[in-house]
Design a binder for this molecule. Structure first.
Ligand SMILES: NC(=O)c1ccc[n+]([C@@H]2O[C@H](COP(=O)([O-])OP(=O)(O)OC[C@H]3O[C@@H](n4cnc5c(N)ncnc54)[C@H](OP(=O)(O)O)[C@@H]3O)[C@@H](O)[C@H]2O)c1
Length: 264
């Protein structure tokens, strides 16, 4: 059987992950889509196949379970999928005062956002290295640069993804695998996201993007070999400005802006 190239996307059943799947299919990429077991992945597959002539394989699993990544890797090996692009998109978060949020919930965020992402890179890197040219795109957040009070663990987890990706990219710079990290600001992916944006008022609309915009910009950046991708001109500017702001002042301002999360 001839090996075919695939793009593997985690968290592809909705939100930004689904937008990545649609954007990759539009570029003619075959896909392996991963998400929790439910019907949404099937809907994404049907949407893609109704529009594009690509192959789509689904793998439904809770990636935080023991051996989930091992099983996903075995599935790819058994089917002789050769992976050319890995998009580590799956991630969760929560808001509220650190001390009031259930510890298991916080540890689950670290588990999916960090442990699973590291496992994915570790397992799939040898397959990616077999390609002439291959890509890893890791999903961080603007919050990696702007640590948000009342989202302490989420912010910390995205900071890990950011630093890990930069370091891994440098380690791999002389090989075929290019690593990029994408740092979106707020993206409206569900009714909760819309509610949060409305809670912040009109200023939020300046920085909010839609999932398809983020996916398009991130894929372009990845393929052009960009290290850090910050979708949206205003978001990019905010990150740049934040780097020259004194930390104490920046954190006081962020605490005031994000106090709305403190009572969640
Ligand atoms: N939305 C934003 O404002 C924003 C901003 C910056 C960065 N990000 C990051 O972008 C990524 C996607 O965010 P989103 O808002 O698009 O998320 P979303 O709409 O909540 O979708 C999350 C995706 O991850 C999957 N998933 C969740 N837990 C999983 C698990 N344990 N195992 C396997 N799959 C799992 C979900 O599958 P099911 O459908 O089966 O639940 C879904 O496909 C995340 O890493 C997030 O941190 C988001």
């Amino acid at each position: 059987m001839k090996e075919e190239n695939y793009t593997l996307i985690t968290g592809a059943s909705m939100g930004i992950g689904k937008a990545f799947a649609m954007a990759c299919a539009a570029k003619g990429m075959n896909l392996i889509l991963v998400a929790l077991p439910d019907n949404l992945l099937n809907e994404v597959k049907n949407d893609i196949l109704s529009l594009y002539k690509v192959k789509v394989h689904l793998f439904s699993i809770d990636l935080t379970e023991d051996y989930a990544v091992t099983k996903l890797f075995a599935f790819c090996q058994e089917n002789r999928f050769s992976i050319q692009m890995l998009i580590n998109n799956a991630g969760i978060g929560t808001g509220g005062k650190f001390e009031n949020i259930d510890l298991d919930k916080q540890l689950q965020i670290i588990n999916l956002n960090n442990k699973v992402l590291v496992r994915m890179c570790h397992y799939f890197l040898p397959l990616l290295k077999k390609q002439k040219c291959a890509y890893i795109l890791n999903m961080s957040s603007m919050e990696a640069n702007l640590p948000l009070p009342y989202k302490a663990v989420y912010t910390g987890s995205k900071n890990f993804v950011y630093a890990f990706s930069l370091a891994l990219r440098e380690e791999l710079k002389n090989g075929p695998v290019k690593v990029s990290v994408v740092c979106p600001g707020p993206v409206v992916t569900n009714p909760e996201g819309l509610r949060r944006m409305e809670a912040h008022g009109s200023r939020a609309k300046l920085v909010v993007l839609m999932p398809d915009e983020v996916a398009k910009i991130a894929l372009e950046g990845l393929e052009n070999g960009k290290t850090i991708i910050i979708p949206g001109k205003i978001n990019w500017l905010l990150v740049k400005i934040s780097r020259i702001f004194p930390t104490a002042q920046k954190m006081r301002l962020l605490e005031r802006l994000f106090r709305v999360y403190s009572t969640h």
